[in-house]
Design a protein around this ligand. Structure first.
Ligand SMILES: [Zn+2]
Length: 234
């Protein structure tokens, strides 16, 4: 058999194997699995962010609780002074009452801040619970799909291996130099060999120059289509 025909025959089996390989990679189930895995990873990241926010919120709360305690002590001290050592004139009475008022305002703002943190904490808790729930559901779905996918992939892999051996069985007939050109062209375009039909490349339907046609006709080395780069054969 002509060496180009042998290469052509090899290509038929090689391309069948490639097709199975593509099917495995483009399996809708595999794509769904990848999407679910990405979702789970996003949720885990989000959950971590929530935890960090909760931790910041707790630190802030602790700081405010301490400041509130100090202000309350200060207020008690002012009230004690008011009882035990009342101001002797109107001016110092006014000043003391102003201090009391200022202290009360500070306490009130701390209390408001604490209520705000508490509310925010509840919201963070609720969101964290939702995230945990969604992640758990997605994980279950992922495991279920993975099991189905593994079975499907095993079957396809067996098919691929068998087709690949079928192609490989033809390899020994192929001239190594020719095979190397074939593989280089295949990286650019597949299928990498096209037949000439009425002087045209059947891969891209471009008419070939007469010099190329003569070369192919004479079986004089490899001719590649000027347009698509495929190896041309009679
Ligand atoms: Zn072409």
């Amino acid at each position: 058999m002509d060496k180009m025909e042998q290469l052509w025959n090899y290509m038929q089996e090689d391309i069948k194997a490639d097709k199975i390989d593509t099917e495995i990679r483009r399996s809708p189930l595999r794509q769904k699995l990848e999407k679910t895995r990405d979702f789970i990873m996003d949720q885990q990241k989000l959950y971590k962010e929530m935890e960090e926010r909760v931790s910041i919120s707790i630190d802030r709360k602790d700081g405010i609780v301490d400041a509130l305690k100090r202000s309350e002590e200060q207020l008690r001290a002012l009230q004690e002074r008011l009882e035990n050592d009342p101001p002797r004139d109107a001016e110092s009475a006014k000043a003391l009452l102003q201090d009391v008022e200022k202290c009360r305002k500070t306490i009130s703002s701390y209390e408001q801040e604490l209520r705000h943190i508490h509310k925010e904490g509840n919201e963070l808790d609720a969101r964290s619970r939702t995230i945990r729930h969604d992640t758990a559901v997605a994980k279950q779905e992922f495991d279920r799909m993975k099991e189905v996918y593994n079975k499907e992939a095993r079957e396809k892999k067996t098919l691929l291996d068998s087709q690949r051996s079928k192609a490989d069985a033809l390899l020994h007939q192929i001239d190594p130099e020719l095979l190397s050109i074939y593989n280089t062209v295949k990286k650019q375009i597949s299928p990498p060999i096209a037949r000439l039909v009425y002087g045209q490349c059947s891969g891209c339907n471009t008419s070939q120059p007469s010099a190329a046609l003569r070369k192919i006709d004479a079986g004089d080395g490899i001719v590649e289509c000027e347009t698509c780069g495929r190896i041309l054969i009679k």
